[in-house]
Design a protein around this ligand. Structure first.
Ligand code: 13P
Length: 253
């Protein structure tokens, strides 16, 4: 049985005051969702604050991105070792906003996955198709390409060190969630593709859904056999909503 993971991707949102308030709310509800692993990924600057406020709780934290380099003259970048230094467990790699707005290609995402894993961080590898790719019927081809880029560099066994997040780009921040059936179909495709290489890795791998997940659609999504949690954007900024999604995951076991 795979333990569900619900991770909040706060994106570029927050202030010291709002982080304090949000974490107080999340902390108050953690005991009620104990079967779900909970994590938050704040902007880099708030990671020390999150570490201070979540240390000793059941929740984990992580980065939203990292450098493919280890250290040195890379202005504006953050290294895996720095995330570890501040207690991070996870790091998101290949989010569609990084791929589309900041030009991260499959090779760079694979390199980031490799650096994160080598450092002992758990990469959350994001994959997903755009609306036009879905309409052209190439969803599976796009996701296969994104997955295969990491497998080519790292080998399939390396996937066991991380988590995959299926995030259809057309569902991110749009209020348009994939139906549970649409999401399950892609999750099953991802697991099947990995199973063709290594059944054990495929069976143990957590595949999260991300894209307009809210407490009221989370229950049906989490009920699907290949959906093992969520990567949450907007709803992760409101403690009650985030905990509502964690509750759905907790109850899905
Ligand atoms: P929303 O939940 O705001 O759609 O964002 C999803 C996402 O991109 C999480 O990484």
């Amino acid at each position: 049985m795979r333990q569900p993971l619900v991770a909040g991707n706060w994106k570029m949102n927050g202030s010291t005051a709002s982080v304090r308030e949000l974490l107080a709310g999340v902390n108050a509800g953690l005991a009620g969702v104990a079967k779900c692993e909970v994590a938050v990924c704040p902007p880099y600057l708030y990671i020390p604050q999150v570490q201070a406020e979540l240390s000793g709780t059941a929740a984990a934290w992580g980065g939203q991105n990292l450098s493919n380099q280890l250290s040195g003259a890379f202005t504006g970048e953050i290294a895996a070792s720095m995330l570890l230094d501040f207690g991070c467990t996870y790091v998101i790699v290949g989010h569609s906003e990084r791929r589309t707005l900041y030009g991260e290609d499959d090779a760079l995402v694979a390199a980031k996955f490799a650096v994160a894993r080598a450092a002992g961080l758990k990469p959350i590898l994001c994959v997903g198709e755009t609306l036009s790719e879905r309409e052209q019927g190439v969803t599976e081809a796009v996701i296969a390409r994104q997955l295969d880029a990491v497998i080519a560099v790292e080998g399939v066994a390396a996937l066991a060190a991380g988590v995959i997040a299926y995030e259809p780009v057309w569902a991110i921040g749009t209020g348009k969630t994939a139906t549970p059936e649409q999401a399950q179909e892609v999750h099953a495709f991802i697991r099947g593709r990995i199973a063709a290489l290594d059944v054990g890795v495929a069976e143990g791998l957590r595949i999260l859904y991300g894209g307009s997940m809210k407490p009221d659609n989370a229950v049906q999504l989490m009920a699907k056999p290949d959906i093992d949690g969520g990567l949450i954007g907007g709803a992760a900024l409101v403690a009650k909503d985030f905990l509502g999604i964690c509750q759905a995951a907790h109850a899905s076991l």
